[in-house]
Each structure stands twice: as structure tokens, then as C-alpha cells.
Design a protein around this ligand. Structure first.
Ligand SMILES: Nc1ncnc2c1ncn2[C@@H]1O[C@H](COP(=O)(O)OP(=O)(O)OP(=O)(O)O)[C@@H](O)[C@H]1O
Length: 366
């Protein structure tokens, strides 16, 4: 997987930016708020069709303008692929592959595998379960297009069912046949999706452990404990048993939207007992395990985005990460740093070809 060049048109503070990348390391430097992360976010759009930072597409259009466009020229399995993501305020976002529009943006997910390591990643540990579900859903969607289709259908039925529960409460109506048909779909899809989540975690477990050891030199056992009701043998009965509660709360109280992933160290929740360092090591190990699983599945290394890690990680973890880079574990890397001298020193000893880009208020000098 190679990103040869990118064009940002009216994307955040980049009115018109064109960058030609190194197949090795691309280091984007500049002051805080100059627009470094925005470049990584544009690459994120070309892979996952959305921002990693700002969920509203409209807010990603440069102020006072009405559209943005991002164009990336890739080599995918040694064939050229041009991806364009365009969004006009008030209209549907569109993805074009080699000039042809895709019927749905989700059709593109998985084409350009990407792993992002960003400073607020420890929110994955500290924050609510939604962030963890999003992370594993994003991972599985990039690996398996069927998973994304099932997940989209799941959320569609969930929305319909919750709207129906609300309608029952508002009107006193009771279309139990329709409710029952939503129940069937949600039960079936919950089981299918939970099985895929479980399989992924089983595959990930040894890889996570191996990277945790490499990053932290720690000997602790780390794991992800999948918490779901959907794999109980009596899940269907359990789902139905909550109907009364669903009617009262006007909400669906069972299903994979209630799942959580408990990150553990030595058999205990890392959120509660892990030190800052252990938490950071865990997240990096998790992301690198994601990288390895993508690589194995695609036979190609995904793009690796490292946002501001030199600032947020301590020297020991940076050194370990750079050791992996120098061993050729990764392919093309994009990283940001507010302090050019620091990244130059850290990257100096590496064999990879390093391109530096200096950003100033959304304008890039190479
Ligand atoms: N829609 C938009 N239109 C214009 N500018 C925007 C828009 N959205 C964000 N920005 C600007 O983008 C800048 C932030 O860019 P970015 O997050 O890439 O900074 P950075 O260089 O990574 O900074 P840091 O080193 O602090 O992480 C801010 O100046 C912000 O005002």
C-alpha cells in the first residue's frame, strides 16, 4: 500500500495543498494549530471516508466555503488507484475510485487499510464503551466488508425498533408483529456480529501480548475480555425477556450495541489499575496488533499514521517504536511533530527515506 500524493482542496485550513510523499517516512512539522493533523485526517478520509477528529463533514469544509475535495493517488497491490472524496454542504458525500462514483461511501471501506496512533487514544481505555465498540467495528469493517454491511443493517433495525417503541408510548398503539420482526433481525445480526468480534479477539490475543512485551519490556499478561450477551445460548430468550423494560424505557436493552471490551492487565481492568505508561503501551500494542492483522489479511502493509507521538510518549516507548520501524516492520509512515529538531534527531539513524514537510497556517513548504 502506497500513497504517492495527495491534494487537499478547501479541507479545514488547507485551501489548496499538494503533497508528493516518500514511500518511507513522511514527517509533517509545524507549530501547534498549523494544520499537520489535518493532513493526516485527509488521509483518514481517503481510507475510512470520514474524519478521525471531527464527525461533522460540514465543519471540515474551510470556513465560509461550501465544499471540500481530497484526492489521493495510491498504489494498491501494485496497481494505481485514484481515490477522491468530495463533500458539498447539504449534499451527500461521494467517493470516486479512478473517476467512477461509488453507489455508497461504505463500499470503499477496506480498500485502503490504515492504522492511526494518536495522542488521545488512551480515551479508548478511559472513556465509555462506545469508543471501544467504534474501534473494533472500524477494524472489522476494514477487514471484512460483510461485517460492515451487517453492522449498517443492525443499526438500521435498531433505529426502527427504538422509533417503534417510542411510537407505542406516544400513541398507545401496539404493532407487535412489526416489533417481532425487528426482534428477529436484531437477534440474528447480534449473534453473527458477536461471533465475528469474538473470532477477531481470539486472533488478536497472542499478537497483542507479543507487541505489549516489545513496547513495554513488561512481563504482565494483557488481554481483551469481550463482554457480550449475544453469545449466550439463550440469547433469543434473553432478548425477549427484556421487552417489558424496552417498552418502558423506549429503548432496546439487549443486542451488540450494549457490548463492551474490557482491557486487562494481569487479569484486572487496566483502566483501574494500569499506570499511565502501561496504558500507553497497551494502546500502542493494540494498534500494532491491528497493523499486523491487516497485513496478514491483505498481504500488504497498511498505511501507518502517527499523530504527535513524540510529544505524548516517553523516550523509552519512542525508542521501542523506532526500533520496530528500523527493523522494517512497517511500510509507509506519516507522522506529525511540532518540534522539527526533535523528529530530525529521532529519525536520523533510520534507513528509510524521510521527507519533511513544513506546514504554516495551512500552507506547506517541503
Ligand atoms: N473548517 C475549518 N476551516 C478552516 N480552518 C480550520 C477548520 N477546521 C479547523 N481549522 C483550523 O485547523 C487548525 C488545526 O489544525 P491541526 O489540528 O492540523 O493542527 P496541528 O498542526 O496538528 O496542531 P497541534 O500541533 O496542536 O496538534 C486550527 O488552526 C483550526 O482553526
Amino acid at each position: 500500500m502506497l500513497l504517492e500524493s495527495i491534494d487537499l482542496i478547501q479541507f479545514k485550513n488547507h485551501l489548496k495543498t499538494n503533497l508528493r510523499f516518500s514511500p518511507g517516512i513522511n514527517c509533517i512539522v509545524g507549530l501547534n494549530g498549523s494544520g499537520k493533523t489535518n493532513i493526516l485526517d485527509a488521509i483518514h478520509y481517503l481510507s475510512l471516508t470520514k474524519s478521525a477528529v471531527q464527525s461533522s463533514d460540514t465543519l471540515n469544509i474551510s470556513h465560509d466555503l461550501d465544499f471540500f475535495s481530497i484526492i489521493g493517488k495510491f498504489q494498491v497491490e501494485n496497481k494505481p488507484l485514484e481515490v477522491r472524496c468530495s463533500f458539498e454542504a447539504g449534499k451527500k458525500k461521494q467517493i470516486f475510485q479512478n473517476g467512477s462514483p461509488l453507489p455508497k461511501t461504505s463500499d470503499h471501506v477496506g480498500m485502503i487499510p490504515l492504522v492511526l496512533i494518536a495522542p488521545d487514544d488512551t480515551e479508548l481505555i478511559k472513556g465509555g464503551s462506545e469508543g471501544r465498540r467504534k474501534f473494533f467495528d472500524g477494524l472489522l469493517s476494514q477487514l471484512d466488508h460483510g461485517y460492515l454491511d451487517q453492522l449498517i443493517r443492525y443499526h438500521h433495525y435498531l433505529k426502527q425498533r427504538n422509533a417503534l417503541l417510542k411510537q407505542f408510548a406516544d400513541t398507545g398503539g401496539r404493532d407487535l408483529t412489526l416489533l417481532g420482526s425487528y426482534d428477529q433481525e436484531l437477534i440474528r445480526l447480534s449473534v453473527e456480529l458477536a461471533q465475528k468480534r469474538k473470532l477477531l479477539l481470539d486472533e488478536m490475543a497472542p499478537v497483542l501480548q507479543e507487541y505489549y512485551k516489545k513496547i513495554s519490556s513488561g512481563l504482565e499478561q494483557v488481554s481483551v475480555n469481550y463482554e457480550t450477551e449475544a453469545l449466550r445460548p439463550d440469547f433469543g430468550a434473553y432478548f425477549h425477556s427484556l421487552r417489558q423494560k424496552d417498552l418502558i424505557t423506549k429503548n432496546s436493552n439487549a443486542g451488540i450495541h450494549k457490548d463492551d471490551f474490557d482491557f486487562q492487565i494481569g487479569g484486572h481492568p487496566i483502566r483501574k489499575i494500569g499506570s499511565q505508561g502501561q496504558q500507553k503501551s497497551f494502546i500502542i500494542a493494540l494498534k500494532l496488533a491491528q497493523f499486523e492483522i491487516f497485513e496478514k489479511s491483505r498481504g500488504e502493509k497498511p498505511l501507518l499514521l502517527l499523530d504527535d507521538i513524540f510529544d505524548k510518549l516517553d523516550d523509552e516507548r519512542i525508542a521501542k517504536l523506532m526500533e520496530l520501524v528500523s527493523q522494517g516492520n512497517f511500510g509507509q509512515i506519516f507522522l506529525t511533530d511540532a518540534r522539527p529538531e526533535r523528529s530530525k534527531t529521532i529519525l536520523a539513524g533510520l534507513e528509510s527515506e524521510v521527507f519533511y514537510f513544513e506546514v504554516e497556517k495551512g500552507v506547506v513548504k517541503k
